[in-house]
Design a binder for this molecule. Structure first.
Ligand code: FAD
Length: 649
């Protein structure tokens, strides 16, 4: 038996982004001893990169805004596939979560009369994004971190130990959720710096690990986004929901190649930026889909007037939901009307004075100046779609954030599915993190400190997890279950495997999808899975990035297979999922959720080599939308989205 350090906690939160930190604060405040564990430095989570703002219907910039309008916008953005109860809770609770942040010390930009300022964003009917310039995520994390430190100071006063009730394990990676029978018993993790293994025991685990973007070649996501939480849930026996929905943000940098994919915030368009093709045309007016026709301006003049007089004019189509704008850019480039480096032009220089651009979009100004030598106050940016966000994720209960089928497991933030349906509106992630991070922490704490006996960690599972983690150091030895021919093959380089995976997902399961290409992708993924079993590394366990990547590959391959299988199955186009061979949104598909689970029902722990695990896809009917929520929409609009039998009902 391997000897690893063990500690006992009530709640373990995996991830220290917005969702993880908000969950940890709530769990600790509810009396649960809480451990937070994160792959990167404390304060360095992906949430820090969020730019535009937090969507919440506070009504500061337009008094007509309220939770019902926000709910409607969110459902429209998600093309009605959203888990409607999540969309309701999110719209109702987001304002409280923003005001709460302010009481914890967040310094938002202000309106002239001193209230929290709110800006326009795609798909939101009113200016709704509370923001701090274009560095909102940084302020959000800073505030949550400060709150954690304040709680630790309280604990020190009472117990003499800052970390007695709330401790952060930074630069540590979880590779397995451990279980006692059906329920959660803790996590297995390694310290990135030393390579040391350890176990945290607890009855409740909240997964808050963010997204999956690093499976794609062009992405706005950081190195942490390797789909770990999605894979950990799958391996623990929890299904993933609607993984075909991956958001390609319309505006990533396209040049120079070294920065391709880095995000250009939607605030640029929210604040007046316009998209033009190589002929100088504002092409978005040609791409307003029927379902949105009544809500968007027909002429440039009307669109421009809307910025000053939103009550009497309609929004410009540059502010359509992201999926629509990304597809339009893709079509323009394909039609030969793109910019020199394969994107289109995004211009603020002719729309705002230079000093306003520098004040409202300071990060964008510096990003383009330093990375591309482009002065956005004087010339247009070149932009194109980039893989940005995953709407699919762990299937959770809307109210409690409990993962389906695994008692003690919770998920919140980008890793959880359902909230955003087939497409997320900008700004709705930061509010999602706060609303459902809090709910996950609350329910995890209640569960963990409840009457049930504490679970026991099984030594055999710890040994299996340790052997799995050490496998890349002995890739030359036999891999359990492989044949003689395979055994003679040399070890594989994890970086090569990763590049091949990213290219495959980008080219074959990207923004526009076709059946033959996705089948090709699944074949390639199967080949990569076999090769990944031989992913080998040299050196030792002390900070060894090759080893870390070899371990992350398991997660990226599992998640990519889910995306490809679900995308192949859904024969329609909806939100972030566009099928060239099935271009229409089909009302019958609105009632269908696709669930991915590991074929090995034990969650892979019993198998000698869990990487062999395959994905099984099932479909289920979505829960009917509550009548009082349906009543918030005009009947004519519902006809465009709901399935025949739903309208009848
Ligand atoms: P994260 O903030 O990514 O945190 C994940 C945490 O999990 C990290 O601490 C990581 O270290 C940890 N982790 C991962 N795997 C493991 C593991 N195996 N073991 C231990 N720890 C692990 N949304 C908005 O609403 N508004 C915006 O303006 C906005 N702007 C954005 C700009 C950019 C450039 C990008 C990329 C995204 C933006 N988004 C925005 C989206 C939003 O930032 C993310 O969806 C959100 O921050 C995700 O938060 P999270 O808490 O779920 O995960």
């Amino acid at each position: 038996m391997s000897v690893v350090d063990r500690q006992e906690w009530d709640v373990i939160v995996v991830g220290a982004g917005g969702a993880g930190l908000r969950a940890a604060i709530e769990a600790r405040e509810r009396g649960a001893r809480t451990a937070v564990i994160c792959k990167s430095l404390f304060g360095k989570a992906h949430t820090v990169m969020a730019e535009g703002g937090i969507a919440a219907s506070m009504g500061n910039a337009n008094p007509h805004d309220n939770w019902q309008v926000h709910f409607r916008d969110t459902m429209r953005g998600g093309k009605f596939l959203n888990q409607w109860r999540m969309a309701e809770l999110h719209a109702r609770e987001a304002p409280d979560r923003v005001w709460e942040l302010e009481t914890w010390g967040a310094l938002f930009d202000r309106t002239k009369d001193g209230r929290i300022s709110q800006r326009n964003f795609g798909g939101h009917e009113y200016p709704r994004l509370a923001h701090v310039g274009d560095r909102t995520g940084l302020e959000l994390i800073r505030t949550l971190q400060q709150k954690i430190v304040a709680l630790q100071q309280e604990d020190e006063k009472e117990t003499g130990d800052y970390e007695s009730r709330l401790k952060v394990f930074q630069e540590c990676t979880v590779t397995r959720i451990l279980k006692d029978g059906d329920r959660v018993s803790g996590v297995f993790a390694y310290e990135r710096e030393s390579g040391r293994f350890f176990v945290l025991e607890a009855p409740a685990v909240v997964i808050a690990t963010g997204g999956i973007g690093k499976s794609f070649k062009v992405t706005s996501n950081s190195w942490e986004y390797t789909g770990d939480g999605h894979a950990l849930a799958l391996l623990a026996g929890a299904p993933l929901l609607n993984m075909e929905f991956v958001q390609f943000h319309p505006t990533g940098m396209v040049w120079p190649p070294s920065v391709k994919g880095i995000l250009v915030t939607e605030s640029v368009r929210g604040d007046g930026g316009v998209l033009r093709n190589s002929e100088g045309k504002r092409f978005m007016f040609d791409y307003i889909p029927d379902v949105f026709k009544e809500k968007y301006a027909e002429t440039e003049e009307e669109g421009d007037r809307w910025y000053e007089d939103p009550d009497n004019n309609r929004r410009p189509p540059e502010l359509l939901p992201r999926d629509e704008v990304a597809r339009a850019i893709n079509a323009e480039v394909k039609a030969g009307r793109g910019s020199p480096h394969g994107g289109v032009f995004l211009d603020v220089s002719t729309r705002m004075p230079a000093e306003v651009i520098r004040r409202r979009l300071p990060s964008m100004y510096h990003q383009f100046k330093e990375l591309a030598d482009v002065d956005i106050t004087a010339e247009a940016m070149e932009v194109g779609p980039t893989c940005h966000y995953v709407m699919g994720g762990v299937a959770v209960d809307s109210d409690t954030a409990a993962a389906r089928g695994v008692p003690g497991l919770y998920a919140a933030g980008e890793v959880a599915g359902g909230m955003h349906g087939s497409n997320r509106l900008g700004g709705n992630s930061l509010s999602d993190l706060l609303v459902f991070g809090r709910r996950a922490g609350l329910h995890a704490a209640q569960y963990a400190t409840g009457p049930a006996a504490r679970p026991t960690v099984d030594d055999a599972q710890v040994d299996t997890a340790a052997a799995e983690a050490l496998r890349p150091f002995s890739a030359e030895g036999p891999v359990p279950g492989e044949d003689i021919e395979e055994r003679s093959r040399p070890p594989e380089n994890p970086y090569t495997l990763h590049q091949e995976l990213q290219q495959t997902m980008n080219d074959l399961v990207g923004i526009i999808r076709r059946e033959s290409e996705m089948q090709q992708a699944l074949k390639k993924l199967a080949e990569l899975r076999v090769r990944a079993r031989r992913a080998g590394v040299e050196g030792h366990r002390q900070f060894n990035p090759g080893w870390h990547l070899a371990l992350d590959l398991r997660n990226m391959l599992l998640v990519s297979e889910c995306v490809a299988r679900a995308a192949l199955e859904r024969t329609e186009s909806r939100g972030g999922h566009t099928r060239e061979d099935y271009p229409a949104m089909e009302r019958a598909w609105r009632r269908v959720n696709l669930l991915c689970a590991l074929t090995d029902p034990t969650g892979g722990l019993a198998a000698t080599d869990p990487v062999r695990g395959q994905i099984t896809l099932t479909s289920e009917t979505t829960e009917p939308i509550r009548p009082d929520l349906l009543a918030l929409f005009e009947k004519e609009e519902l006809v465009k989205y709901l399935a025949e039998e739903e309208l009848y009902e």
